[in-house]
Design a protein around this ligand. Structure first.
Ligand code: SAM
Length: 278
């Protein structure tokens, strides 16, 4: 290839039409079906993209509003994306507005390949590790918040059990604040999870409204799997039966349960307490 052609291939492409096929494709990543078929997802905002870069992810495509690349942060991301061989698209304000979320829209976005972890091999896990298992989580905002919390406490990863919402949806990925790039996420059906638990050497702690142990007073046996039920139905009887203990988060008011993400945060902070530092 002639050097001039190589430089052109590495330069951003300017796109001004909303009908551009690449623009339409990136927009279609809002749909779960398209994400499932392509294995891709998009995120918005320089902060999330920087987290991806610093965590070793490489973009497929970087999109930014014309002029944004004059800002050193975005200019640096364009350099990084071009060096990684990604497509860089310089688009109009109207196009980025169509691609971005309606609340708090950002002028830079990127497309990445999804990564799915395998359930951990118990023998390869650190003795004091903590995994989190979520049964049929429904709300992407809850899932994103939980991924962020799992990152905050240094959990080893998350297993999504059964039919769950998509951690790579725009809403979930946004709620992770970038932790989607740091926390391994695996998915498996309920029978496979119960089978996998048989090899787990430590505690399998289910949080349950009819648990009899106060979650603050239990001596958790490491490594630990924390199992949370779904927003509506709670923990299924099959998973409750597979836990080595069922704990309750005590309540004083008139409600019987906490929001899933709040309950997960309380339990994770209790289990991971000795690993946390100010
Ligand atoms: N109606 C559901 C039930 O009967 O469990 C409530 C589900 S709650 C919104 C979602 C999940 O958060 C529960 O399955 C459980 O894992 C956890 N959770 C919420 N509040 C809890 C509490 N007070 N004690 C133990 N777990 C709780």
């Amino acid at each position: 290839m002639h050097p001039a052609d190589r430089d052109a291939a590495r330069a951003p492409r300017v796109i001004t039409s909303l009908q551009n096929e690449q623009v339409k494709f990136i927009r279609s990543l809002d749909m779960r079906k398209v994400r499932r078929e392509t294995g891709l997802f998009s995120v918005e905002g320089a902060a999330l993209i920087i987290t991806a870069r610093d965590s070793g992810w490489l973009p497929r495509t970087l999109i930014y509003a014309a002029g944004e690349n004059q800002r050193p942060i975005v200019g640096g991301l364009v350099e990084w994306a071009l060096a990684a061989g990604a497509d860089c698209l310089e688009v109009t304000e109207a196009i980025i507005a169509k691609l971005a979320s309606k609340e708090n829209p950002q002028n830079v976005m990127a497309v990445f390949e999804q990564r799915w972890a395998l359930p951990p091999l118990a023998v390869a896990e650190p003795a004091d590790g903590t995994w989190l298992a979520l049964e049929q989580v429904r709300d992407p905002g809850n899932l994103g918040t939980i991924i962020r919390t799992a990152d905050a406490v240094g959990a080893r990863g998350i297993m999504l059990i059964g039919a769950s919402c998509d951690p790579y949806s725009p809403e979930a990925a946004r709620a992770t604040m970038g932790s989607i790039f740091n926390v391994p996420v695996a998915r498996l059906d309920q029978p496979s999870f119960v089978q996998w638990l048989a090899s787990w050497p430590g505690d399998v702690v289910g949080t349950h409204l009819s648990g009899t142990d106060d979650f603050r007073t239990v001596a958790y046996r490491s490594p630990t799997v924390l199992v949370m039920g779904s927003e509506g139905a709670g923990l299924s009887s099959e998973l409750a039966a597979a836990c080595t203990r069922l704990v309750k988060i005590p309540m004083a008011g008139r409600l019987d349960s906490l929001n899933l993400a709040v309950a997960t945060a309380l339990a994770l902070y209790q289990i991971r307490g000795s690993h946390l530092r100010v």
